[in-house]
Design a protein around this ligand. Structure first.
Ligand code: NDP
Ligand code: OXD
Length: 308
């Protein structure tokens, strides 16, 4: 079995070592040293150049190094083979940490205290208790549901919006577009953990912000294309929104000239909300390689029609 590894960001040698520790005979070829493209059976990838995967005539499966496969399915030349997205405990844990940190930061009104510090003001104030703060998560999948559980454990009121109904302890489920209005009206801190699809592109726009209560905060850790940046800036500048934490952007790296960099109500991180490490993620990848070899369906297979 020959596997193509292609990622501008992930540690190729570490991945090879972890995979070969689980599958000693696996032939791992690190792009661009691929050899004969006809020998490649499986591709393990993050952000391959568009059209690249069409060069491998005998490809049997594409395994994504990322949870979001929007970039892959957008490639018009992508071979028609099964795609699996990344599901991994380290990816889930780091996303949960990030969401918890960002929610707590907004909840405890750190922006105000940091502004006061810069002005040398002793601005004594009590933020509300967690039980009086409503956190709404858009997307209750692998990552959204783990973040929801952690927020419930912190004592927040937690709501979740998803395509289908969910039964999660302590989480109020709002399924489908018809429930979006009610969900937004009851959300003080909005977290976006949706996949990027034709249905969700541009979803964080002026209409959505207008439905949130005055002073609400927005955390986008999904994809930059979910957010209409101009609408966010307008809602922040008008005073309707209280703040935003953004980890993902339409253009990455975020351009130097972007007003988001130094907006006083915006916190920016460089697409680092979560990350998987080969020492744990290789288990799931190896399981899928064995499945390809046995002719079995992949774990966490992407539904290309649904888009995630
Ligand atoms: P999942 O596929 O497990 O979950 C997706 C969730 O979104 C599901 O609950 C699904 O509902 C819901 N959903 C999808 N479409 C709609 C819709 N039209 N309306 C309402 N709900 C919808 O994905 P993950 O949790 O694994 O990942 C989510 C996203 O997080 C990724 O796609 C990626 O973009 C982003 N991400 C960002 C990272 C970062 O570092 N910033 C790192 C990792 C991921 P249902 O369950 O009913 O189908
Ligand atoms: C992912 C990401 O989707 O890192 O996994 O953005």
């Amino acid at each position: 079995m020959a596997l193509l590894f292609l990622s501008p960001d992930d540690p190729a040698d570490l991945w090879r070592a972890e995979l070969q520790a689980r599958m000693p005979g696996l032939d791992v070829r690190i792009w661009p040293q691929v050899g004969d493209p006809a020998e490649i059976d499986i591709a393990l990838v993050w952000r391959p150049p568009p059209g690249e995967l069409a060069r491998y005539p005998n490809l049997r499966a594409i395994l994504s190094l990322a949870a979001g496969t929007d970039g892959l399915v957008a490639d018009p030349d992508l071979p028609d083979v099964p795609i699996a997205r990344m599901v991994d405990p380290s990816l889930t844990r780091t996303m949960t940490e990030y969401v918890l940190l960002a929610v707590l930061r907004h909840h405890r009104e750190f922006d105000c205290f940091e502004r006061a510090q810069r002005a040398r003001e002793w601005a004594y104030a009590f933020p509300p208790q967690a039980a009086d703060r409503r956190v709404g998560i858009m997307g209750l999948g692998e990552l959204g549901s783990a973040a929801a559980r952690a927020l419930v454990a912190q004592g927040f009121q937690v709501l979740g919006w998803s395509r289908t109904p969910k039964m999660l302890d302590g989480v109020l489920s709002y399924p489908g577009r018809s429930e979006l209005h009610a969900f937004l009206h009851r959300t003080d801190i909005l977290v976006c953990l949706l996949p990027l699809t034709a249905d969700t592109v541009g979803i964080l726009d002026a209409a959505i912000f207008a439905e949130l209560p005055h002073g609400a905060c927005v955390i986008n850790v999904a994809r930059g294309q979910h957010l209409v940046e101009g609408d966010l800036l307008q809602a922040l500048d008008s005073g309707h929104l209280g703040g935003a934490t953004l980890d993902v952007f339409r253009e990455e790296p975020l351009p130097q000239g972007s007003p988001l960099w130094d907006h006083p109500k915006v916190r920016v991180t460089p697409h680092v909300a979560s990350y998987s490490v080969p020492s744990t993620a290789a288990d799931g990848v190896a399981a899928n390689i064995r499945r390809v070899s046995a002719g079995e369906p992949l774990l966490h297979q992407v539904d290309r029609v649904r888009g995630y």
